[in-house]
Design a protein around this ligand. Sequence first.
Ligand code: ZN
Length: 288
Amino acid sequence: MKPQATDKASPAAGVLTIDRLCIHQVTLMQCNFQQSIECLARHGVTKTAVWKDKLDDVGVSAALRILNDCDVEVVSIIAGGFFTGATAAERAKAYDRNREMLDQAHRLGAKSMVTITGGLAAHDSDLQTARSRVPEGLAALLPLAEQSGVQLALEPLHPMVCGSRSVLSTLREANDVLDALGSPAELGIAIDSYALWWEPDLQSEIERAGPRIENLHVSDWLLQTSDTRLDRGMPGDGQINNREIRSWVEATGFNGPAEVEIFSAEKWWKKPPDEVVAKIVETSAQHL
Ligand code: ZN
């Protein structure tokens, strides 16, 4: 018997309207700060997550002017954290950078700072020690987060980047870290479908995360991926059921935006930005 074609979309979550669509600035890596925000505005997209490097190119005051002129709101600043430095000096440097980022986030009116743990130093194989630095680093940042009124959104990343970007790989571990810290009010979780779609008990861990969920990042996993970090797919082009994941997240009461975050060195970062944003707007109605 011929298998039936099934629609990837699940009916559980409604169609995502454009007012709930956020496009991360990093998705338009080919643009400078101003170009990226103006491009979003041209397509009616009103939300972004700011990439720190692009922000630093212009500074917070100029960034605010551009955002206000274009009527674009900042959901998050990306990416802070990096708690796993091998030396005390490296960890102190990361702390100072986080303090600066929380201040920038506050001035931009961002709700959260997406916080990743960092990986291992070159030739370091002490994964347990690196992991142990995550709750320590988060605990040290909590008073700064409270002062700035910006949430830390802890983001687990795919295990393929455990060595380079994040020693925290699953939502289960993120929930465990928050539990161990007593689930402080300033600490939430960013769920990225690209990082977590494979997790066997994802739905139940999303339920467990519940009101801790700060952000929902989406993109797609390409079957023939050429790079596990820099070859993310456009929603609908790969193997992730983003609408189903969104329905699980929304079942917890989350009503924030779906945030398209596409790192794509060889494809989308090489295209005209208007083409990229138009494609996202079109695909979001179908696949997010
Ligand atoms: Zn993300």
